[in-house]
Ligand binder design. Structure first.
Ligand code: ADP
Ligand code: MG
Length: 684
């Protein structure tokens, strides 16, 4: 008899070819197969009267074939089979293209069930290539709610349906009940067996809902247990305990007053650091919300406790900028600051490393070089990483390994809807800076098409003549890309702009340049030596050019909303009125709707929420390396309430049994471990 771990080859109708197609879908075993949930469903459970069907509807009808199906060859490679079918209410014309076998399978005078899209024109009704089944066939593909699966070439819906049916028949009884009984009772969730059966072959929509609710809960519950377990282990991990400091002392030296949100983030982090456990906190804040100040306050607190801090930036330029900014905040206290990047000279590196080892530095700022193997820290207490999405979690832990379990603060400028931050960064505690410093100007945003080009060029000329600088961003062009709309490559566009503006200094920076070259171009722009910088998204992260007042994004339809918001955040950082122009010739309604959101709001969290709503979580998360395991049942955008319940249930379960050691949690632990194994990269 088949087991859940049996390979799908075992099933009837699955040969080598089909098995390989299934493998592409991540389906190897029968367990994988029954866990391969439908993408959507078609309601073929209700039969409709022909006369009552409406144009464009997908319907199931029961009808008698009224004449002998006729085959006609239109030309080579195109033939069709036509006939009429009737019920008590009316008549429908049915046509099959290139399915000549239908001529012999469908017989005049017999009854069939047809499922497909109805076209109505005048009083004439027709259907093209409908699903067809003899009436009364059991377990067929009409007369009920039919699942629709994701496919790859080599597989048909029927292949999957029949395989899943076999899989469930063979080992549906063996599907383990991994939800602990009390949780299942409290949440009123159906048994596993019922859920798996009805998510594939629902008896009715009610049963489907019950099944889905359980599976979504289960998936989010296992994920929450996994994340909760990591977090629990971290909490029990002892950290350097800081003495309490009076942070107002630091605030008093600032030229401005920190916002409430900044103070709250600092307080939360300080609370972590004097708790005795190690801090793992994410500070999430929109561009310009002042995350650097939060970092500075914590570095100051660490220094007050005699501890050294390390600050990691994703690029040389950013390391440089942060050095300047942090110097401004911290040097007045006599805090000793060093910088270590790939371009430091051998001598500089040697000196910095020696100083770090002997504890002569209080803050080191740098790039990846900070965690190269031969850097040793004397008294590392705090690690801060900026713009986290550029760092793998693995890289983070490489640096963490350097100290005596230093506290870790991660700063991210990619807003994520509140409900999801917990899951995405489940191994971190989260502080959100949801307030901008007062007096911040809104960046006026417009979405335009090609017809606006001359005016746009005029605008660029005008701003440049006033001494402002301009960013122009083009999408990355992959080679061999087959594109419906022509894309501007950065280099090409830079050439065009230099021709259009002979009086301006136009530079170009793109992803294929060497780091050194990129930095040189960026530095020239920073110091005002160039007027217009054309680039791919390499400038996305926090570069600060206060004199830049215009951001132009070409082929804006190619960017995610959050990414566009990030880009827009590159301007409006000084005292100058700033603009963002999104150029797109795409007339798709969805594109317009998306760009419109940016024109309406400057709030990154709102942008993220709308983005999530419009695109669905798959794309939303796909666009950043989230490290989030792929969800089979749950829709993270829509299932937030279940998510909250699952998180709560997971937390109380872990409170009682942190390691999931008791026998009744053994299966659950297996599943949690399995999730860890499958996603080793993101969790480690
Ligand atoms: P981001 O969160 O994008 O990294 P920064 O830390 O670069 O933002 O801060 C953006 C600008 O706002 C900086 O010039 C900083 O000095 C300034 N700033 C930060 N906090 C405040 C505040 N509370 N009041 C006024 N200006 C502030
Ligand atoms: Mg920043």
């Amino acid at each position: 008899m088949a087991q859940l771990e049996t390979e799908i080859r075992y099933l009837k109708g699955i040969g080598e070819k089909k098995a390989q197609a299934f493998h592409k879908l991540g389906v190897f075993t029968l367990y994988d197969l029954v866990s391969f949930f439908p993408r959507r469903y078609e309601d073929r459970s209700v039969y409709r009267s022909i006369a009552l069907t409406q144009n464009g509807e997908s319907v199931c009808i029961r009808a008698l074939v009224a004449d002998t199906p006729r085959l006609s060859r239109i030309r080579r490679g195109l033939d069709l089979v036509r006939f009429r079918a009737v019920d008590e209410s009316g008549m429908v014309e049915i046509t099959y293209f290139n399915q000549s076998y239908r001529k012999d399978n469908i017989h005049k005078g017999e009854s069939y069930v047809f499922y497909g899209k109805i076209e109505v024109s005048g009083s004439r009704r027709s259907m093209v290539n409908p699903v067809c089944e003899r009436e009364g066939v059991q377990g067929g593909v009409t007369g009920r709610i039919v699942p629709v699966y994701r496919l790859v070439s080599g597989l048909t819906q029927n292949n999957v349906i029949q395989s899943v049916r076999q899989g469930l028949n063979e080992c549906g009884e063996q599907i383990p009940e991994i939800l602990p009984e009390p949780v299942r009772r409290q949440e009123q969730l159906c048994p596993a067996r019922y859920a798996y059966e009805n998510v594939h072959f629902p008896a009715d929509f009610n049963a489907l809902e019950i099944a889905r609710r359980r599976l979504v809960f289960e998936e989010l519950f296992v994920l929450s247990c996994a994340l909760g377990k990591i977090r629990g282990e971290r909490v029990r991990e002892q950290g350097i305990q800081l003495r309490e400091v009076e942070v107002q002392e630091f605030y008093d030296t600032l030229p401005f007053s920190p916002t409430g949100a900044q103070r709250r983030a600092v307080e939360e982090a300080l609370h972590d650091m004097d708790s005795g456990s190690v801090m793992n906190r994410l500070v999430q804040g929109d561009v310009g919300s002042g995350k650097t100040l939060v970092a500075a306050a914590l570095i100051w607190a660490a220094w007050k406790n005699g501890l050294c801090s390390a600050f990691m930036a994703p690029t040389e330029i950013l390391a440089q900028q942060h050095t300047a900014t942090l110097n401004g905040f911290l040097a007045p206290f006599g805090i000793r600051i060093g910088k270590l990047t790939g371009s430091s000279t051998a001598k500089e590196k040697r000196e910095i490393k020696a100083a770090l080892k002997s504890g002569e530095l209080d803050l080191i700022i740098g790039t990846h070089a900070l965690f190269s193997e031969d850097v040793e820290y004397g008294n590392l207490g705090l690690v801060i990483t900026d713009e986290q999405h550029r760092f793998g979690v693995g890289q983070r832990s490489a640096l963490i390994g350097k100290g005596q379990r230093p506290h870790v603060l991660v700063m991210s400028a990619t807003p994520i809807p509140r409900t999801l931050a917990l899951i995405l960064y489940g191994d971190l505690d989260v502080s959100i800076i949801d307030e901008l410093p007062p007096g911040r100007q809104k960046v006026d945003t417009f979405a335009v098409n090609e017809s606006y080009r001359d005016r746009l060029n005029g605008f660029i000329r005008k701003l440049a003549s006033e001494g402002r600088q301009i960013f122009v961003v083009c999408p990355m062009v992959e080679e061999n890309e087959d594109l419906p709309i022509p894309l501007k490559s950065a280099e090409e566009h830079a050439r065009e702009l230099s021709e259009a503006f002979p009086e301006l200094r136009v530079a170009c920076v793109h992803g294929r340049m060497k780091a050194k070259e990129k930095d040189a171009v960026m530095s020239a722009f920073l110091s005002g030596e160039t007027d217009v910088l054309v680039s791919t998204t390499v400038i996305e992260v926090g570069v600060d050019v206060p004199n830049a007042a215009l951001m132009v994004v070409e082929n804006a339809e190619r960017f995610g909303l959050s990414q566009l918001h990030q880009l827009r955040g590159r301007v409006g950082r000084g005292s100058h009125k700033s603009w963002c122009i999104l150029v797109s010739d795409s007339d798709g309604e969805d594109v317009r709707a998306r760009l419109d959101i940016l024109c309406r709001t400057n709030d990154g969290f709102k942008v993220a929420e709308e983005d999530l709503r419009l695109r669905g979580p798959g794309d939303f998360f796909g666009s950043r390396q989230s490290g989030l395991p792929e969800m089979h049942a749950a829709d993270l955008g829509a299932d937030t309430q279940v998510l909250q319940r699952a998180q709560q249930a997971a937390l109380s379960l872990l409170a009682a049994d942190p390691e999931l050691e008791t026998p009744e949690h053994r299966l659950l632990r297996d599943h949690v471990d399995r999730l860890f194994r499958a996603n080793a990269d993101s969790f480690n």
